[in-house]
Design a binder for this molecule. Structure first.
Ligand SMILES: [Zn+2]
Length: 104
């Protein structure tokens, strides 16, 4: 997917539509966004997390090939950071699932 370098978007600080520069950011996983949460254990088990016994290390979880959701998706959600050219306020935007991104 091709993404333009600049977009006209609503700036919450200037309270009008302003030209913003676009940069791609890395998607934050569950560990970063919710560092203390492990979710419901049944749900995590279905997704291949929170499996095993003991300290759930590499030996007590079994082989990766036996986990249910490993390698299920090949695309990632598009994460963009838009920065206002006038006030410098940055906002984040999450786009659709894409395999490849080009900011041009
Ligand atoms: Zn602004």
């Amino acid at each position: 997917m091709k993404v333009p370098k600049t977009m006209r978007k609503f700036c919450p600080k200037c309270k009008t539509y302003k030209v913003m520069t676009v940069a791609q950011t890395k998607q934050k996983g569950k560990n970063k966004t919710h560092p203390l949460s492990r979710g419901s254990r049944t749900r995590m088990r279905k997704r291949g997390l929170d499996r095993g016994h003991g300290n759930k290390g590499s030996l007590s979880r079994g082989a990766i090939s036996s986990w249910k959701m490993t390698g299920a998706k090949t695309s990632k959600k598009l994460n963009l950071t838009l920065k206002c050219k006038e006030c410098g306020k940055s906002i984040s935007m999450i786009g659709p699932r894409v395999k490849r991104v080009e900011v041009e």
